[in-house]
Design a protein around this ligand. Structure first.
Ligand code: FAD
Length: 496
């Protein structure tokens, strides 16, 4: 019964980067937090290429930056792309934006088993209690409010635990996300499948780009090639749903055929051997990963990370969205528990900002894919973008991809499809204008609203993590909206 239940302020379901980040930020305010994690750590997970705003923004706020820096992860200075017919790869670097100090213009390529363990250890160090090998089976619903969860331990014994707030951070396989109401809507646009495995001894890009993610388009889709250590490489092929048969059947053969269709990856793996033991010893397939839940919260329950939404593997936005949504949700919970704002106002703010960030990535990635589809091939046309001056191209991509924690920009839901179509066309035109421009100026791209949106409030979280109040006061996103405290950890009522 409710009287005998163990009671916490917050129960977090899932100890991935979303769950551990939220647990840290709430425990740091002195609240009682319990994390329930199904696996024992370390455990395998995909999603290895990070963005600077995660490393230097949100994860600086949780106090885990130094432990990450000491862990020896590969430093990622940017991304190197090889698309379409042009044989020359081009590189963007995180360091070209003057907004971001050079000391923070890198991210990491991480073995998620290690990364996720460091983050969850940090949550425990900040005061959260963590239980492993416990699988959450449902939420407890009392009088229209979620007041706890039920879970099963390793022996199969059922338990109940009470909470003022339950946070679903249990990822794409969440069993409880439906209990928020609404539905999980799968993207009509991003409908790809991924087949991935691990290799020892693959080639590296020349310094200083040896830690970059290499993305290469082949006949049937594109590859990620992520250097996890000097010798270990994560290699994944992403193919369109229409070509699903290419990743079905024997994975070894399927991967070989896909690699044969992509000369650059073939060259990079020429002397490599596939890992066949341990956590990296198998091929894995993922599909149906592009979706968003139509609601992100209800009284007592909030969804973050992949439990709520994910766009697409290109541009490494998954862990960013998971940790950023954890920051937004922790602000909400901390502010409600402090009595600063109502639950309704706090979670409305959370959902609005989270949807906006998701929308920015969705639109941006769609603009790129869409252009390319129009041309009958998978990615945007290399002939267009590689005609431009190197540094300008770098700064453009960096601004959009690296300045990922934009807190600007509204994303209304109703006319989304129409707006996205218009935006893709506009973006495509902007790229054409750049190509036609004899000076090779990137200015037309910066006038396109897709890019402006992604840039508008650029790197807010990252900057706030460094400057605090020196950044100047936040402005409400909508009438009656809340603003962020100087330290970035709370919501405050916006000025009337
Ligand atoms: P997760 O990392 O999924 O963690 C959820 C945790 O919850 C797990 O530890 C799980 O064991 C636990 N759990 C699940 N169910 C229960 C339960 N019932 N009870 C208790 N615990 C439970 N992102 C990037 O940033 N960069 C990339 O390069 C990238 N590449 C990707 C490639 C592919 C093919 C795909 C599909 C995704 C990729 N992503 C990438 C996305 C990334 O994997 C996710 O966005 C990220 O892991 C989400 O973090 P999370 O904390 O929300 O959930």
């Amino acid at each position: 019964g409710a009287e005998s239940r163990e009671q916490f302020d917050v129960v977090v379901v899932g100890g991935g980067p979303g769950g551990s980040t939220l647990a840290s930020l709430v425990a740091m305010q002195g609240h009682r937090v319990l994390v329930l994690e199904k696996e024992t750590f370390p455990r395998y997970q995909i999603g290895e290429s990070l963005l600077p705003s995660t490393v230097h923004g949100v994860l600086k706020l949780t106090g885990v930056s130094e432990r990450l820096a000491a862990a020896g992860f590969t430093r990622k200075l940017g991304g190197t792309f090889r698309w379409g017919a042009n044989p020359e790869p081009w590189t963007f670097s995180f360091s070209v934006s003057p907004k971001i100090a050079s000391a923070t213009s890198f991210a990491y390529q991480v073995e998620r088993s290690k990364f996720d363990e460091i983050l969850l250890d940090n949550a425990a160090a900040k005061g959260a209690e963590v239980r492993f090998q416990v699988s959450v089976t449902d939420v407890i619903d009392e009088d229209g409010r979620v007041t706890g969860v039920t879970y099963t331990d390793a022996e199969g014994t059922g338990h109940e635990v009470g909470a003022r707030f339950v946070v679903d951070a249990s990822g794409n396989g969440s069993r409880i996300h439906k209990r928020v109401g609404g539905t999980r809507e799968y993207s009509e646009f991003f409908r790809s499948l991924a087949l991935f495995g691990y290799y020892e001894g693959g080639k590296r890009l020349p310094a200083p780009n040896s830690g970059n993610i290499l993305s290469a388009a082949g006949d049937d889709g594109w590859f990620w090639y992520i250097p996890l250590s000097p010798t270990l490489t994560s290699v994944g092929a992403v193919v369109r749903r229409e070509h699903a048969e290419k990743v079905q059947g024997d994975p070894e053969e399927a991967m070989r055929a896909l690699i044969d269709g992509c000369p650059l990856i073939k060259e990079y793996l020429a002397d490599a051997t596939r890992v066949t033991e341990g956590q990296y010893g198998q091929f894995r397939v993922r599909k149906d990963y592009s979706y968003h839940q139509t609601r992100f919260w209800r009284p007592g329950l909030v969804l973050i990370g992949d439990a709520a939404c994910f766009v697409d593997p290109v541009f490494s936005s998954g862990v960013h969205l998971a940790t950023y949504s954890a920051l937004l949700a922790s602000r909400s919970i901390n502010s409600i528990l402090k009595g600063l704002v109502t639950e309704e106002a706090a979670f409305t703010e959370f959902e609005a900002r989270y949807r906006r960030e998701y929308g920015v990535f969705y639109e941006f990635l769609m603009s790129f894919y869409d252009m390319h589809v129009d041309e009958g091939s998978y990615f945007w046309s290399a002939k267009k973008v590689t005609q431009n001056k190197h540094t300008e191209l770098e700064s453009f991509v960096e601004l959009v991809a690296g300045v990922s924690s934009s807190e600007g920009v509204l994303a209304g839901a109703e006319d989304a499809t129409l707006r996205l179509k218009a935006k893709s066309a506009e973006f495509s035109d902007a790229v054409d204008a750049v190509s036609a421009n004899s000076e090779g100026s990137m200015a037309p791209l910066f006038r396109s609203s897709a890019v402006q949106q992604a840039m508008q409030e650029g790197a807010q979280v990252q900057t706030r993590a460094f400057l605090g109040g020196d950044l100047g006061p936040d402005v409400p996103m909508f009438e009656g909206g809340l603003i962020t405290s100087d330290d970035g950890l709370l919501w405050l009522p916006g000025k009337a």
